[in-house]
Design a protein around this ligand. Structure first.
Ligand SMILES: NC(=O)c1ccc[n+]([C@@H]2O[C@H](COP(=O)([O-])OP(=O)(O)OC[C@H]3O[C@@H](n4cnc5c(N)ncnc54)[C@H](OP(=O)(O)O)[C@@H]3O)[C@@H](O)[C@H]2O)c1
Length: 167
């Protein structure tokens, strides 16, 4: 932002979004929405198009995690994690594409768990393996437009989400 970028940030909770906008301070809009809800994504990109006309960089960060060992995985556990981490990420990027100029950049937030085997993490880890796979295939889908697609794979990082998960 100090170099002149204008940023749109999203999330489902209004108070946290407002606090983040305040902390960033300027050149930022907070748009409430659920990344796994295609209608919310449509509204987000309509607003970006109306206000800025294009989008140079997408950072697909929204993600969630929960523990369940094989034998105890419920449909709700599976759907709740895949809906955000895989479906939400895919449609975030796909719906952003019409706003992205040639040479733009897409960054996907994966995780080290994509290539590790840890107990009770199978569903979350599989979503992050899917994210890393998207980076490889989308790079080829988008090469004619010179749009780069990279996945970053952080290790354990002290965040509110990780703290909630670990109690
Ligand atoms: N922390 C780690 O150790 C770690 C390691 C590797 C990768 N990651 C990845 O990093 C990303 C961020 O995780 P974090 O640790 O920062 O977790 P976090 O503290 O829970 O933050 C997650 C952020 O994503 C937003 N979000 C979650 N679901 C969303 C949805 N359906 N629609 C829109 N926004 C949504 C949350 O806002 P709302 O709840 O208000 O929607 C929040 O701002 C995730 O993809 C995670 O898998 C984290």
């Amino acid at each position: 932002m100090s170099e002149g970028a204008y940023v749109f940030i999203t999330g489902r909770r209004d108070p946290e979004l407002a606090a983040a906008v305040k902390e960033i301070g300027g050149n930022v809009s907070g748009v409430r929405g659920d990344a796994s809800n295609l209608g919310d994504l449509d509204r987000l990109f309509v607003q970006i198009k109306r206000e800025k006309g294009k989008l140079d960089i997408v950072f697909a960060n929204a993600g969630t995690a929960a523990f369940a060992s094989l034998g105890n995985i419920t449909e709700e556990h599976f759907d709740s994690i895949f809906d955000i981490n895989v479906k939400g990420l895919l449609f975030t990027v796909q719906k952003a594409l019409p706003l992205m100029p040639d040479g733009a950049s897409i960054i996907l937030n994966a995780s080290i768990v994509a290539s590790k085997g840890s107990p009770q993490w199978s569903v979350y880890s599989a979503t992050k393996a899917a994210v890393r796979s998207f980076a490889r295939t989308w790079t080829t889908d988008l090469k004619d437009r010179r749009i780069r697609v990279n996945a970053v794979s952080p290790g354990f990082t002290d965040t509110p989400g990780l703290n909630d998960l670990l109690g």
